[in-house]
Design a binder for this molecule. Sequence first.
Ligand code: DAH
Length: 381
Amino acid sequence: MSAPNKSYDPVEVEALKPEEIDRARDAALAAIAAAGDLEALREVKAAHAGDRSPLALANREIGALPPHAKAEAGRRVGQARGAVGQALKRRQEELEAERDERVLVEEAVDVTLPFDRVPAGARHPLTTLSERIEDVFVAMGYEVAEGPEAEAEWFNFDALNIAPDHPARTMQDTFFVQGPGESGGSGGSGEGESGVVLRTHTSPVQIRSLLERKPPVYVICPGRVYRTDELDATHTPVFHQVELLAVDEGLTMADLKGTLDHMVRSLFGEDLRTRLRPSYFPFTEPSAEMDMVCFACRGESVGNPDRPCRTCSSEGWIELGGCGMVNPRVLTACGVDPERYSGFAFGFGIERMLMFRHNVEDMRDMVEGDVRFTRPFGMEI
Ligand code: DAH
């Protein structure tokens, strides 16, 4: 840039010639109009309105002009730069509006689409019912106990006073895993020659609990059990039981009845009565079957053909399971003094309870794993 010079003619300065300024302006306007997106426009702005753009350079030359020439040159350059600035601003707004519109379309979220493409699973109603039963007893101070499903025959039968010639030992009911004397028999008192079976009931957990603990013992034992039954509407070779065992000083049948009443009321409703019917189990003496008043008809279907009840087949009572006072021979087998301690026990099937508690008519539905069966029970987790 040269010093002011009276004889300096702006028309002589190349960058300040009107046609040069018009050319620079027109080139800038054309580039602005041609910028297709904001990124391109940023480049156009740097090239045509930045510090090193032709118009900025021309502007710098004005200072070197003689005073009388400055106004005219300043006005011309100023107008050109103003036009370019305005065009930039307008184009910027246009391109921003276009971008916003495009983003709205491209990034639109369809709020009506299902949000949960992988539906959350749920636990099987057998599991949740079994846990509900456990909760009732845990609230009374009972402990949850478990045992193996492949069980020593001694635990499954002998220790429960089921003699070797008892019908429950025949091939009909029991899955045998290992014969007596075959290698790999599990350890434990008195079962040296014992074979291994898939446990046919949860009662062996009574024995394990008594061997592992000192009285008083209060345990609730849920678990899977096996019998050689065909799968049909009312049988399944794999099913679930819950076993209850209390051993303490001075326990009587009245304690058993009161405990069962509490369980039935907690699970089915406050006003439901229970009854005990004499029965026989080798591991209890005396033994009983426990029934509860049908919660569907409350017994009103009995002798009332106009109001038949499908839940109890109009019998008024539903059989829940077997129970009784622990046979002193069982206590003795577990090293518990039957003179000092007595106990009560109760065992029942969860599948059956699920059937009448929820009107499930076919047991096969419980094992087939079809979500259309489990979904109506709710997504309990
Ligand atoms: N274990 C028996 C069964 O599976 C059920 C049973 C009956 C369990 C009486 C008990 C009981 O604890 O006292 O058939």
